[in-house]
Design a protein around this ligand. Sequence first.
Ligand SMILES: NC(=O)c1ccc[n+]([C@@H]2O[C@H](COP(=O)([O-])OP(=O)(O)OC[C@H]3O[C@@H](n4cnc5c(N)ncnc54)[C@H](OP(=O)(O)O)[C@@H]3O)[C@@H](O)[C@H]2O)c1
Length: 326
Amino acid sequence: MGACEILPFAVTVVAVAAIASYIGHLAGCPALEARRSFAAFRTGSSPEMVTAVREFGRIVTRVAHRNRRHFMELTGKTIVITGASRGIGEAAARHFASHGGTVVLAARSGGRIEEIAQEIKAEGGEAMAIPCDVADAQAVQAMVDAAVSRTGRLDILINNAGLIDPIARIGESDIEAWGKVIDVNVKGVYHGLRYAIPVMVKQGAGTIINISSGAATGALEGWSHYCASKAAVLSLTKVADAEYREHGIRVCGLSPGTVATQMQKEIRASGINPVSQIDWSQHIPPEWVAKGLAWLATEGADGYLGTDFSLKTPEGRAAVGLPSAG
Ligand SMILES: NC(=O)c1ccc[n+]([C@@H]2O[C@H](COP(=O)([O-])OP(=O)(O)OC[C@H]3O[C@@H](n4cnc5c(N)ncnc54)[C@H](OP(=O)(O)O)[C@@H]3O)[C@@H](O)[C@H]2O)c1
């Protein structure tokens, strides 16, 4: 092949590769597949052709890498979301299903999660409802087992279920109710990690996102149970990352800021501490948090593994593609 023939040949190959990569992205396939399909060019070719093919390979790899950082490929993936009967969990279930994932909705309100699953399916998505109290280790084990036996895998776990009620200063707090918040917010997250991690280790991959809060590092009057629980969740995030990153498991937390959900209605009704005074218009919609969760499930968020990613900061909002923090 002469020098003047190499250029048009290389341009053609690169153009075809770019198109194949784009089609691969649209079809939800890793563009890396496109690269493999062109590997055949190498066999029995002249040195110039091999050089051109190598260049094409480099370009496709760059495109594939970029796609993996910015686009979610959820088709064929199973996403378990606890606390999916309303608020952030419900929004996340609808969002992940709309991107092609099979979502497993878990919460105590079996009727409500079943309704949401039916609505998702009516819109063409894949969803199933599995009633589960996350404070009950056996119930979480049964829920994870059912999700894996029905879908064959577990790719993403969102430990979202959480409580804040009753809000009270330590000296007036109800001992049993205080312990119940720890059972759900801390042990519930531990139970999710405990049963999802072995499945993900076996797969060699998986993402776990624990819903955190500014309360993990801050002190708020009346929230001793909630602050202590979210601090413990941040600690679980760090330890799980330290133990399992090398197994291909991505673990991080998401601190959403204040979100317009039932939980904020309960906080408002308490009248205790400045959070209860925040104007309702200042809370972000749960759909924004769902987008943040989806972004955290991509490699673009790898820098936040083992930490809490905050949706309150301008950087966090920009990374997810949300309007900047006010
Ligand atoms: N809203 C905010 O401003 C805000 C801010 C920071 C962090 N967060 C965190 O975000 C997460 C979701 O909160 P949200 O605002 O969406 O509150 P929400 O509307 O009150 O929803 C809480 C969800 O948790 C579920 N849940 C509670 N106890 C459960 C249990 N024992 N087992 C299984 N599911 C249980 C509830 O479902 P069932 O009652 O049907 O079980 C519900 O689906 C929580 O972890 C919360 O701490 C919220």
